[in-house]
Structures are given as structure tokens and as C-alpha cells.
Ligand binder design. Sequence first.
Ligand SMILES: Nc1ncnc2c1ncn2[C@@H]1O[C@H](COP(=O)(O)OP(=O)(O)OP(=O)(O)O)[C@@H](O)[C@H]1O
Ligand SMILES: [Mg+2]
Length: 313
Amino acid sequence: MLMANGLVKRFRTRTGLTTAVDNITMSVAAGEVLAFLGPNGAGKTTTIKMVAGLIRPDRGQVVVHNMDVTGRPALAAARLGAVLEGSRNLYWRLTCLENLIYWGTLRRLSPSEARSRAVELLRLVDLEQCQHNTVQTLSRGMQQKLALCQALMHQPKLVLLDEPTLGLDLVSAQVIKAMVRRLAGDGVAILLTTHQMDVAQQLADRLAIIRSGKLMLTGKTAEVLARYSRPVWRIAVSHPLPADRLAAVRDLGWSIEQPTPADLLVTPPADDPTVIYRLLDVLRPQPIRLVQRHQADLAEVFRQVMAEGEALL
Ligand SMILES: Nc1ncnc2c1ncn2[C@@H]1O[C@H](COP(=O)(O)OP(=O)(O)OP(=O)(O)O)[C@@H](O)[C@H]1O
Ligand SMILES: [Mg+2]
């Protein structure tokens, strides 16, 4: 649904040219959520604006649903919906419903289609009771949810979400996350940026991590998490282990860390998923409360990727 090829964007600054986006290539398929991650200033918003046709890249090409939309905002807007950082295309003196109907008719829906679509979307994000309130009376989170409705009015096949859950309460964030899942389930391609790694981990099928405008890592979320997980087991026992049991574990070739006397982090001599049985035999008959293989989370992956990037510089 989206193919971005070799995007480059430079900005003129007081000290000369800075490269905000440096040769980024990525794609998002129908029904897929791509989390586009990176630290502040990495070039995420600049990339998203190029995808939306709002900024013309210095090099590269953006194809949305088989149409080259590079630097052509009107063409892009007909094919995609975007919730961009900070800016919300909402009229403050119009009500939620009026805003959505106006926007829908701009996107070529008939007034009655626009109205029924607007009511349906407002219900999905729990804003139906505010439909006749003007935008200026809404809280920031409510405006964020309304901006999402607006982006979805014309049922785009590609949706760009730049930090959609920023500043939202827990329940509102859940509503947005549920909405993203539902869209992906309906075959919509979603490009999502967020600094909330738990949100990315919950939603994303694939990841693209950038740093200083360059792609550092891409891959399926599950595969990336598995790649960054260490072959370490956490074992919690009810009582601290006697010294001879610890020695027996070491004799098997395992290394042991003990954050607390009843908590062991053990690294096997080989990364073999069945190796844990030999260890448990050695611990028998100690009562065990927990056996858990280490699983990296996205926050850990992100930190490691950034550290690796630092090392390359
Ligand atoms: N209009 C502009 N003029 C000059 N420099 C710009 C402009 N827009 C962005 N930049 C620079 O480009 C770089 C990337 O900015 P961008 O907004 O894309 O980052 P980001 O990844 O979205 O960061 P954040 O996580 O803080 O939202 C930054 O160094 C920024 O200062
Ligand atoms: Mg940004």
C-alpha cells in the first residue's frame, strides 16, 4: 500500500545543510502496522510529511496504492489519512459532527454519507456524547480522537499516525489502540510513530528504527524481539538455595547471577531450549515459584539499537 524509496531530505540551517532524512526506504502492506521508531529529531515526522506529500523530498519517491504522490499533497490526501504531530485540521468554532461532515464532503462523500460515517466514527472513539460540542470546548485528548476520526472519514487504505496516543489517558489510549487493530483487521496499512515502546510492541507487525535520519533496523516485531532476547532463565525459589545446590548448577557449566538469594538468573552453557530440564533435576526437591526465559521487550531492543548506533559513530 505504501512504498517509500530512497527518501532524502535536507534542511538549510544557520550552520549549513543538515540531513534530516538520509536514504530511507520502507514499505507497508495492506493490513500491516509498521512502527516507525527513533529518538527525538531522528527524522520520523519529516519522513511522514514526505509520505503525505506535504514536503517534497530532495531525492526519492513515494508510491501510495500504485500512485506516485511524491510532493503532491492533493493526490496523497485522497489516498491516505494522516494524524500529524501537533497540527490538527479542526475548526475550533464548529462542532465535532460539523467538522467531520465538512471534511467528509471535501473528500467527496455526499452530506448524508458523511453524516452517517461521522456518527459511526464518533461512536467508535467514545465521543458520540460530544458530537454537538464545539472543538474549542474539547480536551486535548478528545481533540486527538476527533483528529483520528477526521483522518478516517474517507476510508483511506493507508493511515499515517504520528504519536497518536501522546497525552492520552489510559482508557483513551486503549480506544485508539483498539481502533488501530480494527483498521489493520479491515486491511488498512498503518504507519505509526510513537515513543511509547509498549504501544509499538502491542500494535506493530513490523518495526523500522531510525537514528539521525538513517534506518538502523527493520524486521518483524516477533523476530526482532527473539533476536534480542538472551538465553537467560530466571528461576525464583521459595528459600535461598544451599551452597551445594549452587555448586551443582555451576558444575553443569551454568553461570549464575543472584539479584536476591531466592532469585537466580542463570545462563546455560548452550542455547538449547531443553537444557532447563537438567537444571531443574539438579534443583529437585527445592520448591520453585517461577521459571521464565528472558524475553526482550521493545524498550530494551530500542536501547540496544541506539547503543550500537553510538558505537558506529
Ligand atoms: N522545517 C525545518 N527546518 C529545519 N530543520 C528541520 C525542519 N523540520 C525538521 N527539521 C530538523 O530535522 C530533524 C528531524 O526532525 P523530525 O521532526 O523529523 O524528527 P522526529 O523524529 O519527528 O522527532 P520527534 O520524536 O521529536 O518528533 C531535526 O534535526 C529537526 O531539527
Ligand atoms: Mg516527530
